[in-house]
Ligand binder design. Structure first.
Ligand code: FES
Length: 285
């Protein structure tokens, strides 16, 4: 794309230069030609022998003007074409391609740019996978070296990244696409298709509220709403601002006789009310 932009830019400069030179030459020669034709026309009135010379000069001037017009038309079209190519190529070069990593929005040639995104701050509230507040991408390098670069490894690699970071950080996916044959579009498609993958950081404690049939009938909705209110989880989010708790709605947890049921970091609590559900969070802290 950079080469195309350079070539188109050079063509634009060349076309503009030729057009300017042409215009300057035409501006200089036109008055001279007009003057010559006029003088010959005057002379032909007294000397008919000069008529062929007049005709020849008129022919020459007309041919030169037509040639210039044709040349300028061709240059104008070339200029338009080169401008379109230049703008398209320049847009591709400078636009942030990672922003296209959205489900259903494939990215140009499907690869991520080498330039890094700003490193996101990751505060996993004590999560063991990230000892610092930045993403350690060495894990991605290791897992790719172990599982391979092919597209067939996409799910395994994403599972490993999810398991390591507890979600799919943009930086890790970026690195994954740099190292493998997997494209951003494929990452977006796979990570949005399977419910197991998260694209946002998870809280230190994960609360899974069962919304299976038995728990739904027994009041799972009220429990979820009370937990979200208690933890002040914003609308559209599933994790509180301090990233201490993530509240997920899940299918049957397999202990329907205890409905309604939730788990906090895998520990089950049953026969809950909205109040006792909030109490159950205390066991995790
Ligand atoms: S429906 Fe909730 S545990 Fe089965």
């Amino acid at each position: 794309m950079k080469i195309a932009a350079w070539i188109a830019g050079a063509l634009i400069a060349l076309c503009v230069a030729i057009l300017l030179i042409d215009y300057a030459l035409a501006t200089r020669s036109a008055p001279k030609d007009d003057h010559l034709i006029k003088a010959l026309q005057e002379q032909v009135k007294s000397d008919a022998a000069l008529a062929p010379k007049l005709a020849g000069e008129q022919k020459r001037v007309t041919a030169a003007r037509r040639a210039r017009k044709s040349r300028d038309n061709a240059l104008a079209w070339l200029l338009i074409l080169a401008s379109v190519v230049f703008l398209t190529a320049a847009k591709r070069v400078v636009s942030p391609r990672w922003g296209r990593l959205q489900p259903g929005v494939p990215s140009g040639d499907g690869r991520l740019p080498a330039a890094s995104l700003p490193v996101a701050q990751v505060a996993l509230a004590g999560g063991t996978a990230c000892p610092t507040n930045t993403i350690d991408l060495a894990f991605v390098d290791q897992i790719v070296a172990r599982e391979g670069r092919g597209k067939e490894s996409a799910i395994i690699l994403l599972q490993a990244i999810q398991s390591h970071y507890r979600y799919l950080p943009d930086e890790a996916l970026h690195r994954l696409c740099e190292l493998t044959e997997i494209t951003p579009a494929e990452v977006a498609g796979t990570s949005s298709f399977y419910g197991q993958f998260r694209r946002s950081p998870v809280g230190k404690h994960v609360v899974r509220v069962c919304h299976g049939t038995a728990c739904h009938v027994a009041g799972a909705r009220q429990i979820t709403e009370e937990l979200r209110r208690y933890l002040a989880i914003p609308e559209g989010a599933d994790t509180d601002a301090q990233r201490l708790f993530t509240v997920d709605e899940v299918a049957c947890l397999g202990c329907c006789s205890l409905a309604p049921v939730l788990t906090v970091d895998g520990h089950t609590s049953g026969r809950l009310t909205p109040t006792t559900a909030c109490d159950a969070l205390g066991q995790a802290t």
